[in-house]
Write a protein that binds this ligand. Structure first.
Ligand SMILES: NC(=O)c1ccc[n+]([C@@H]2O[C@H](COP(=O)([O-])OP(=O)(O)OC[C@H]3O[C@@H](n4cnc5c(N)ncnc54)[C@H](OP(=O)(O)O)[C@@H]3O)[C@@H](O)[C@H]2O)c1
Length: 320
C-alpha cells in the first residue's frame, strides 16, 4: 500500500514514498481509494519525532489521519457501504495514514461525503470537526446561551469550533491575529480579540476552548467563570503554579484532551455539515506527491494556517 510518509524522524526532507505491507479488508472494514487528505499539525509534529513518547509508532509509517475517497472493497459483514460510495472519515491513528493511494477503515467511522463538497473540502473536516465536537459538546457540554471563548479562532480547529459553538446557540468570542479579524468574524464569531494588538480579553466565559496553549491560555484562564469549564487541545492547562491557583480558586473543570474518533462524533459532524451549519474553510491545496507533502508541512509548521491545508490526489497518478 503506497503512501507518503517517513522511514525515520526528521525534517520535511524525510518525507518519501513509503510502501506499507498489504493488508486484507476485515469483516467490518472498507478499502477506500483516497482522493484527498487533510494536513494537520500532528502530521509534522509526528514526523519531527516530537510525539514519539506519546505515540508508540515505529517508522516506516504513512502520515495523515483525515481523508475522503471512494469505496473500492467491502468486508463480508459490511452492508451499509458499496463499491463506488464517496465517503469522508478520520481513521484510527495507525501507521496506515491518509497520504496514500488506499486505506482500510472501520465502516463505523465513515460518513457519506455530502455531494456539494469536493473531496478536498470533505477531507478538511473530520479531524478538526471531531476535535471540536469532543471538546465543546462531550466535555464542556456547551448549551444554547453559553458564552464560549475560543483561542486560535482562525486556524483549522478554530474555524470549525466557532461554527459548531454558534450552531449550538452559544455566544462566541475568538482570538486571532489582527489580519485575520475579518476572516474569523466571517466564520461566525460574535467578537474577535486581536492578540497581536494587545487587545485584552474582557468579561467572563462559561467555557474556554484552547487551541493555542502556553501564554494565551494563562491570560485566558482568569476569564473563565467560577465553576466554568476549560478544555485544551494544545497543552495549555495547569502549566504552572499561578495557573493552577486560578483554576483551583475558581473551581474550573480543567480538561486536557486528545481526540478519539468514533461513529457518534462523525455522525454529529455530518449532521452539522448537511444542515449547512459547518462549512469547510480551505486555505491551500497541494498535490499528493512527496513535493506537495513537503510544501504542505512547511506551510502548516508556520503556525499561520488560515483554515485548512489539504493534499489532493489525482486518482490516475501513483503517489510519487
Ligand atoms: N489534542 C487534540 O486532539 C488535537 C486535535 C487537533 C489539533 N490539536 C492541536 O491544536 C493546535 C491547533 O490545531 P490547528 O489544526 O487549529 O492548527 P493550525 O491550523 O495550524 O492553527 C494555526 C492558527 O493558530 C493561530 N495562532 C497562532 N498563535 C496564536 C495566538 N497566540 N493566539 C491566537 N491564535 C494563534 C494562527 O492564527 P493567526 O495567523 O491569526 O495568528 C493560525 O490561524 C495544534 O497545536 C494541534 O497540534 C490537538
Amino acid at each position: 500500500m503506497k503512501g507518503i510518509g517517513i522511514h525515520q524522524y526528521g525534517d520535511e526532507r524525510e518525507l518519501t514514498v513509503v510502501d506499507m505491507p498489504e493488508r486484507d479488508v476485515g469483516a467490518n472494514e472498507v478499502r477506500i481509494s483516497i482522493r484527498a487528505s487533510g494536513v494537520n499539525p500532528i502530521d509534522w509534529k509526528l514526523r519531527e519525532g516530537y510525539l514519539k513518547d506519546a505515540l508508540s509508532f515505529t517508522p516506516p509509517l504513512t502520515l495523515g489521519w483525515d481523508g475522503a475517497g471512494v469505496v473500492v472493497e467491502t468486508g463480508e459483514s459490511v452492508n451499509k457501504w458499496q463499491t463506488g460510495d464517496e465517503v469522508y472519515f478520520r481513521p484510527e491513528l495507525t501507521e496506515y495514514g491518509t497520504y496514500a493511494e488506499e486505506i482500510i477503515v472501520e465502516e463505523a467511522l465513515l460518513q457519506q461525503k455530502p455531494t456539494e463538497l469536493s473531496f478536498a473540502e470533505a477531507a478538511s473536516l473530520p479531524l478538526v470537526g471531531l476535535t471540536s465536537i469532543e471538546a465543546l459538546m462531550n466535555i464542556a457540554r456547551v448549551q444554547k446561551g453559553d458564552s464560549v471563548l475560543i483561542l486560535g479562532g482562525s486556524g483549522g480547529v478554530g474555524t470549525v469550533a466557532i461554527q459548531i459553538a454558534k450552531a449550538i446557540g452559544a455566544t462566541v468570542t475568538a482570538t486571532s491575529s489582527d489580519k485575520n479579524r475579518a476572516f474569523t468574524t466571517a466564520r461566525g464569531a460574535d467578537h474577535v480579540i486581536a492578540y497581536d494588538q494587545d487587545e485584552v480579553i474582557d468579561g467572563e466565559f462559561d467555557v474556554l476552548f484552547d487551541a493555542v496553549g502556553g501564554e494565551p491560555y494563562k491570560k485566558a484562564i482568569s476569564h473563565v467563570k467560577n465553576g466554568g469549564v476549560a478544555v485544551s487541545i494544545a497543552g495549555g492547562v495547569s502549566q504552572d503554579e499561578e495557573t493552577i491557583k486560578i483554576e483551583q480558586q475558581k473551581l474550573i473543570q480543567v480538561n486536557e484532551m486528545f481526540m478519539q474518533p468514533d461513529q457518534e462524533k462523525m455522525k454529529q459532524l455530518n449532521d452539522f455539515v448537511t444542515a449547512h451549519q459547518v462549512s469547510p474553510v480551505l486555505s491551500h491545496t497541494y498535490p499528493m506527491t512527496v513535493e506537495g507533502a513537503r510544501d504542505a508541512h512547511q506551510d502548516s509548521a508556520t503556525n499561520r494556517t488560515k483554515g485548512k491545508i489539504v493534499l489532493v490526489r489525482d486518482e490516475n497518478t501513483p503517489v510519487q
